[in-house]
Design a protein around this ligand. Sequence first.
Ligand code: GLN
Length: 382
Amino acid sequence: MSPIVSDSRLPHIKGSIFATMTRAAKKYGAVNLSQGFPDFAPDQRLLDALSEAVQGNHNQYGLPEGSETLRQSIAHMFQNLYGLGFSAETQITITAGAMQAISAAISSLVHAGEEVIFLSPAFESYEPAILLAGGVPVCVELRAPTFDIDWDEVEESVTRHTRMIVVNSPHNPTGRCWTAVDVDRLARIADQYNLLVLSDEVYHNIVFAPQQHITAFSDTRLRGRTIVVGSLGKTMHVTGWRIGYAIGAPALTNEIRKVLQFNTYAAPTPLQQAMAAVLDDAAYCDLPQLFVQKRNRFLDGLGSSRFSFMPTGGGYFQMLDYSAISELPDTEFANHLIECHGVAGLPMSGFGSQYATSKLLRFCFAKKEETLDTATDILRAI
Ligand code: GLN
């Protein structure tokens, strides 16, 4: 008798690097700067709004497209930040985390055999989502130390089978943010070859001056062909709530909603209700300021350490280069840090196996000052 699972749908995909590192950090009681999540409390108003929602009996199914008020708040946020109008009714969809928005966008819009270009280092869910849709992942590698996008290489990788390109700014893990030139090149390629664009902008509220976030929607050539994915968990410091969203033209939104309704049906009601009550300008306008202070505290804390770095431009993460400290590949060095020093960072190879020897680890600075100080006291001494 043949084994019940003889042929994995994802033969080369391993367990999530985020879960793996968080498990290891817990096991050794290490300060966990590996997975990207804040350890500080969210706005008390958000917590109060959640108890009100739960106590007020908002505990049943919502609509598959998500809470109308929450969709309107997101529309308002995009109007406010980028001067762009989106219809809450036909263009914005709430999902159970940004990862669900990514997988729903890919599975609803990519047909079997179609190619999807993604840029590596890449967030770990892109490739499995493409594979599960029957698509063919096509990886374009970004190179250290700048991780600038070689748009000529992107263009050369387009074939007549290419359906979509997945992009990400601010970039996880490098923190690189698009320039106007990047968005122009992306728009020209997408327009010329009639491609869909999946733009992961989950850290759009966390871009450090003098840079500003440029949403893919800012270019008119991209507007009708792009799905922007966002994360309210990131914006409101509650990543475990798993509330994200997808924004796109009505025809694209319609396809994404078809998939979502038969996946989770709808994202959790009381969590959406609470977020809708609190997502106003004050919830996101000060985030660059908040996070740049954390980044600076982390970098200042490293002081004269043997790690080297380029200050990150946006997001939750700082890459540190440990080539002056160790010859070990990144996973081994990350495990050594956890087991022998009590600090967890994330190996770059979690974003592409070709980076295993890059001597780079990613550290999340979305933490309380005391957490950052404890971590940097340790890192400085290594
Ligand atoms: N986005 C977060 C990170 O990069 C984690 C996401 C997750 O764990 N699913 O660390």
